[in-house]
Design a protein around this ligand. Sequence first.
Ligand code: ATP
Length: 193
Amino acid sequence: MLIKQLRLSGFKSFVEPSTLRIEPGLTGVVGPNGCGKSNLLEAIRWVMGENSPKSMRSGGMEDVIFAGTASRPPRDFAEVVLSAEDDDGEELEVVRRIERGAGSAYRVNGRDVRAKDVALTFADAATGAHSPALVSQGKIAQVIAAKPTERRMMLEEAAGIAGLHVRRRDAESKLRQTETNLARLEDLMAGLD
Ligand code: ATP
């Protein structure tokens, strides 16, 4: 998958609608301290379905909404639009929007979808909120110090098989539900004899 463009509005320090074109190859973001470099990387993670406020350096998820400054009022919503091209050359537009008091909503190519669908789309394409392709400050040291299980998770993300764990858990839960239904059915049938 090729991430081609990022559009932010009301997300953290990006109060005005801002567009960032991402060209093929390695992309680095440079700028003075506090200008919003990490916020950009967090916007990519967020639109991909990141749900841990901690990894957004926030107390709660609504903290990603522009909180206002001495001269500007806060915003009521934050929106990030990620435009990408998948491995088949199809255009993909993913939108995540959060409104105060109303939580997050996602759209993929104009259709409302669940957070899980978005996370799986990116996990299958070997990218996503925890992708090793997104290298934030301190990440290199973290990779070196990682435990073997954590390193394995990174390799699984890179190999595009991380989504299989979610599907396995779903399948196991369906299997358990079916076993319970079967047991109830057997009880009912025994009662009919
Ligand atoms: P450094 O080089 O120091 O790591 P950086 O360029 O990565 O900095 P960020 O950490 O991305 O900068 O941006 C920090 C800025 O974003 C701070 O000025 C902070 O006040 C602002 N900011 C973060 N969240 C919000 C928010 N919800 N509303 C308004 N501004 C915010």
